[in-house]
Design a protein around this ligand. Structure first.
Ligand SMILES: Cc1cc2nc3c(=O)[nH]c(=O)nc-3n(C[C@H](O)[C@H](O)[C@H](O)COP(=O)(O)O)c2cc1C
Length: 186
């Protein structure tokens, strides 16, 4: 049998004080635990067009700023069009997408932040997955729950692993569809 394809996972994040970066590292670790997975872990401003388009899965993480994603994350997503020109061809179509967030307080915007990221992915016809939580992986970082705890890191690893697993299954599925279409001939 042919070797299964390599899965490229891009984990891109914004982080000012390091919490979201710590979650991003755990997501990358979870994705790498799936065989034949190649992970790129980067701050949003550093992602190149080549990395974006080579990714089979894109996982985006942001701190909560005023109940929504950070401006840096929004600017990156807007750059999908301004810098990378994804529309009108829908160049990110059928890539796997997932989100993660950290916020200082409980019930103060993490879910809205993740849903806003996922909404942009849906608008690009990406295939959304969750894991680590209903909408993605998240952590509360201030007050009675300072920093990132073991349970939150476990959730982040779970999301990374699920993203890589689903990306592999989808990639194999599309490859098999294409080869069957090729077999049937014109
Ligand atoms: C400008 C600003 C706005 C914030 N707004 C919220 C908020 O609405 N809800 C919340 O839970 N945390 C809020 N926070 C706290 C951060 O989301 C939290 O500290 C986060 O974990 C920081 O991530 P980082 O360490 O990756 O930079 C805010 C922080 C800043 C700087």
């Amino acid at each position: 049998a042919d070797d299964p394809p390599t899965i490229n996972v891009l984990v891109a994040y914004h982080s000012f004080s390091g919490h979201t970066e710590r979650m991003a590292e755990a997501i990358a670790e979870g994705a790498r635990s799936v065989s034949r997975t190649h992970v790129i872990l980067k701050r949003v401003g550093k992602v190149t067009a080549e990395e974006l388009f080579a990714a089979d899965a894109i996982v985006l993480g942001s701190p909560v700023y005023w109940s929504n994603m950070a401006g840096e994350m929004k600017a990156f997503i807007d750059d999908w069009q301004f810098k990378f020109g994804v529309f009108p061809e829908f160049k990110l179509k059928n890539k796997i997408g997932a989100a993660f967030a950290t916020g200082g307080q409980i019930s103060s915007g993490k879910e809205l932040t993740m849903l806003s990221i996922l909404a942009a992915m849906l608008g690009n016809q990406m295939i959304i997955v969750s894991g680590g939580g209903a909408f993605g992986a998240s952590a509360t970082t201030e007050g009675d729950s300072p920093g990132i705890d073991a349970q939150e890191l476990t959730g982040a690893r779970e999301l990374g692993r699920r993203v890589a697993d689903v990306a592999g299954a989808v990639k194999r599925g599309f490859e098999s569809l294409e080869s069957r279409a090729g077999l049937s001939g014109p």
